[in-house]
Design a protein around this ligand. Structure first.
Ligand code: TUI
Length: 317
């Protein structure tokens, strides 16, 4: 059995706290990533579908906010993924996380540039393959997460990934407070990644109505659409998700559904169209009740987890 509360992750990356900010497209800008990194967590620029020129500017801005380690999340389905990878290698970005695909083909270039590679995985098999290919750690993301998700819940996925790989595991999906961090550590993870929690910060550029939709959410407020396309996405239930479900049930093709969904996340995130836009959020949205600065989120989550770990003490009988 591995040391449970190992400090390998924070040591590996030079962090004060084992807390990552999810690399969210549109929402993971330099302002949020810089604030999280300055507070001792890992702030992550979400490259999304943006060109390398945009990412370069965000890297410059993060470096102006904080000298601490930060990351760039590469969305592997983006048409610009290759040029973003080249950029992060040139810029010697400390950490790259990847989403929605297999970063295997880019691993050699990233490692040669000294970039730490931490892929998001939603299965044990991909975790094992990527660790063999050189991943420095993995983020095991359960289906509670917002956005594009896998099939397995965090509670079941994390310990199975922990047992299958020797590198540090970061738990993601369904975590927004110290209870979530303590639970992740109990499952054998060495840290957590939170997305939805960091959307509800003043540093996140999400439209105020997007943040309000998360604050108003309850435990059953999210829905998963797109299972029939092979690209399931979790978002807050609204007229858009209902119309998408209607079209999916009526047998719309992948091309039709892709066209219907196109541009909807940007519309929600930046324009505040929370009715006909995709308000991506995880199941834990119902737990989030206030806008709180990123540094305060990190400090509170860590303080709460430490109190729980002390209180639990280690005796069951
Ligand atoms: O990537 C995410 N969350 C996202 S990405 C996104 S935008 C998007 N648009 C269209 C299609 C797909 C995405 C919105 N939210 N989280 C990380 C994540 N990665 N979750 C699941 C995966 C994943 C899925 C399959 C990682 C690897 C994978 O393997 C594919 C393979 O080739 O084995």
């Amino acid at each position: 059995m591995k040391t449970r509360l190992g400090r390998r992750l924070t040591g590996l990356l030079g962090l004060d706290y084992p807390v990552f900010q999810g690399g969210m497209a549109w929402l993971g800008t330099a302002e949020l990533a810089g604030a999280v990194s300055a507070a001792g967590g890992l702030g992550i620029i979400g490259a999304g579908n943006a060109p390398a020129s945009w990412v370069a500017e965000e890297i410059r801005k993060v470096r102006a906010i904080s000298i601490r380690p930060f990351g760039v999340n590469v969305l592997l389905v983006s048409p610009h993924a290759g040029e973003v990878i080249d950029l992060v290698c040139r810029e010697r970005v400390p950490v790259v996380t990847t989403g929605a695909g297999n970063p295997g083909p880019h691993m050699a270039d990233l490692k040669a540039a000294g970039v730490k590679v931490i892929p998001v995985v939603s299965s044990v098999s991909l975790a094992v393959r990527l660790v063999r290919a050189g991943a420095d750690a993995v983020i095991a993301e359960g289906g509670e997460s917002g956005g594009h998700i896998g099939e397995t819940s965090t509670m079941a996925l994390v310990p199975q990934v922990v047992d299958a790989v020797k590198v540090p595991v970061v738990a993601a999906g369904g975590i927004a407070d110290g209870r979530g961090l303590a639970a992740a550590l109990a499952l054998g993870a060495e840290g957590v990644q939170m997305g939805t929690r960091f959307v509800c910060t003043p540093e996140c550029v999400a439209h105020p109505d997007y943040k309000q939709a998360i604050l108003k959410a309850g435990d059953r407020s999210t829905a998963v659409t797109g299972r029939s396309t092979g690209h399931p996405v979790r978002a807050i239930r609204n007229p858009l998700t209902r119309e998408y479900e209607r079209r999916e049930a009526a047998g719309a093709t992948l091309a039709e559904l892709t066209e219907f969904g196109s541009g909807r996340f940007r519309a929600a995130a930046l324009d505040g169209d929370v009715t006909h836009g995709t308000v991506i959020a995880g199941e834990i949205a119902g737990l989030i009740r206030s806008i709180e600065p990123a540094a305060a989120v990190i400090e509170r989550v860590v303080r709460e987890a430490e109190a729980i770990l002390r209180e639990l003490g280690g005796e069951l009988r």
